[in-house]
Ligand binder design. Structure first.
Ligand SMILES: Nc1ncnc2c1ncn2[C@@H]1O[C@H](COP(=O)(O)OP(=O)(O)O)[C@@H](O)[C@H]1O
Ligand SMILES: [Mg+2]
Length: 450
């Protein structure tokens, strides 16, 4: 009983068997009661007809009516007997008046004999004017035979159904077993370290397939997350080794060769700057992790984003001008948002930084913000090299830097932070082609009061 599939199979066959029995029972009782009612109706009708004949034409007409119904091609199951007040049989097809028929208008089921034939019959009597008694009935032999046939048929059907039920249960059990075995074999293999195993999909599209697809999706996601973790730790090791090595070389070089206090100071300053860069990278990484953990949601406040963006515009207009770039700003307020002002500010700064960093001189950068369909959109579009289609999905990964960006300053954490901030606010970051250039769109649901 510890097997769920066995339990299920047993319950299944029990339910199936019970419904087979219920069906047979209903058939049995309804058929029998129908037969009984039919017999009763035909007896009552016959009694009425005969009493009518007696009323219309007296005894002669009654007798001829009885004879007419008992001779020739008449129904062999019909029983009619007429007797006089003294108990002598006047006419009829029974050898003698059955004992026990004391009351008129009551159904009796008694043994009767006609010549050699002994059987059971359903009987009813009526008393006619003048003390005559009329007995009408039906021989139940055929009905009894039918009953036996019906009973045997139902028993056969019920046992067939039970057998089918058991077969069905066995089939269902093996089906369950197979589906679940595959899942447990796969998950066991995965917990042993074979992370690339997947549950087989039969292709039928049933619930087991659905479950298998869900499990496979989950495994896919876990594998991707593990890849991400591996990638990030590789990237940290790789990206930070260079500045650390450089700082070390500077210090070593100064220790060996610096002759003046000024030379020593300069070497220490440069090494400190390298180390500051590393600290900044770690801080950015920690910040992204903190944002992804969602703990900052507790500090969300409603605010208007428009003035925040206008301040940024003022700040970056000057930076852009220094690089001969024009900032085309179109901010349509108000932009009500429930969120973290400082984080959104940081995200927009990262996008503006990129746009300015990657734009060739004498081009224009579009900085636009608007409220449309209950969504606040911040769009920053430049005319730089853009991000190749195949890199766009990876651009928001930590430490991603396109080949072309290798000789610019940066650590590849900017867009990762933007994406994390958008997600924290239930929003999205979309990177699109600006023909040429990059068009980055942050969409965040607007805040509605109440
Ligand atoms: N506006 C842009 N135009 C072209 N490439 C971009 C732009 N913004 C980002 N990228 C590409 O995406 C990479 C990741 O950007 P980001 O995460 O901000 O890192 P970083 O700015 O430190 O390089 C960049 O290195 C660059 O290859
Ligand atoms: Mg950047």
């Amino acid at each position: 009983m510890r097997s769920a599939s066995l339990r299920f199979a047993l319950i299944y066959s029990l339910v199936f068997g019970l419904s087979a029995i219920a069906l047979a029972g209903i058939l049995w009782f309804s058929t029998l009661s129908l037969l009984q009612r039919q017999a009763e109706r035909s007896i009552s009708d016959m009694l009425t007809v005969l009493m009518d004949a007696n009323q219309k034409g007296g005894l002669p007409q009654l007798e001829s009516a009885i004879r007419y119904r008992l001779t020739g091609l008449a129904d062999p199951e019909i029983i009619i007997v007429l007797r006089d007040p003294a108990g002598r049989i006047i006419t009829g097809n029974l050898d003698q008046w059955p004992g026990g028929l004391t009351q008129d208008g009551v159904w009796y089921q008694l043994p009767v004999s006609r010549g050699w034939a002994h059987s059971t019959a359903l009987l009813e009597t009526a008393t006619l004017p003048g003390g005559l008694r009329l007995l009408v009935g039906r021989d139940l032999t055929a009905a009894a035979e039918l009953r036996v046939v019906l009973r045997d048929g139902l028993i056969l059907a019920a046992s067939l159904m039970t057998a089918l039920g058991i077969l069905g249960a066995i089939f269902v059990r093996s089906l369950f077993r197979r589906a679940i075995r595959d899942i447990s074999v796969t998950t066991a293999a995965i917990s042993q370290g074979d992370i690339n195993r997947r549950v087989a999909i039969s292709g039928v599209g049933d619930e087991f397939d659905e479950l298998a697809v869900t499990i496979n999706d989950m495994l896919e996601r876990i594998a991707r997350l593990m890849d991400g973790v591996r990638h990030v730790s590789n990237a940290i090791a790789h990206d930070l080794r260079t500045p650390v090595t450089r700082a070390r070389a500077r210090l070593e070089d100064a220790a060996l060769h610096a002759t003046t206090r000024e030379e020593m100071q300069a070497a220490i300053d440069r090494a400190t700057a390298e180390l500051d860069g590393i600290v900044a990278v770690f801080e950015a990484l920690l910040r992204i992790s903190e944002i992804e953990a969602g703990s900052r949601r507790a500090a969300f406040t409603p605010f208007d984003l428009a003035p925040v963006l206008q301040d940024l515009d003022e700040l970056y207009r000057a930076v852009a001008e220094d690089k001969d770039l024009v900032l085309n700003t179109r901010i349509a307020g108000p932009l009500p948002i429930l969120g973290d002002r400082e984080l959104i500010q940081q995200a927009v700064v990262n996008l503006l930084d990129n746009a300015i960093k990657f734009s060739p001189p004498l081009t224009m950068i579009l900085f636009k913000a608007r409220l449309s369909d209950g969504v606040v959109q911040i769009i920053i579009a430049d005319h730089g090299p853009g991000i190749a289609e195949e890199d766009r999905a990876r651009a928001t990964e930590r430490f991603f830097r396109a080949e072309a960006a290798r000789n610019t300053a940066g650590s590849g954490l900017g867009l990762a932070l933007v994406a994390a901030v958008a997600q924290l606010h239930n929003g999205t970051l979309h990177l699109q082609d600006n023909h040429p250039g990059l068009r980055a769109v942050i969409s965040i649901p607007a805040h509605v009061d109440g």
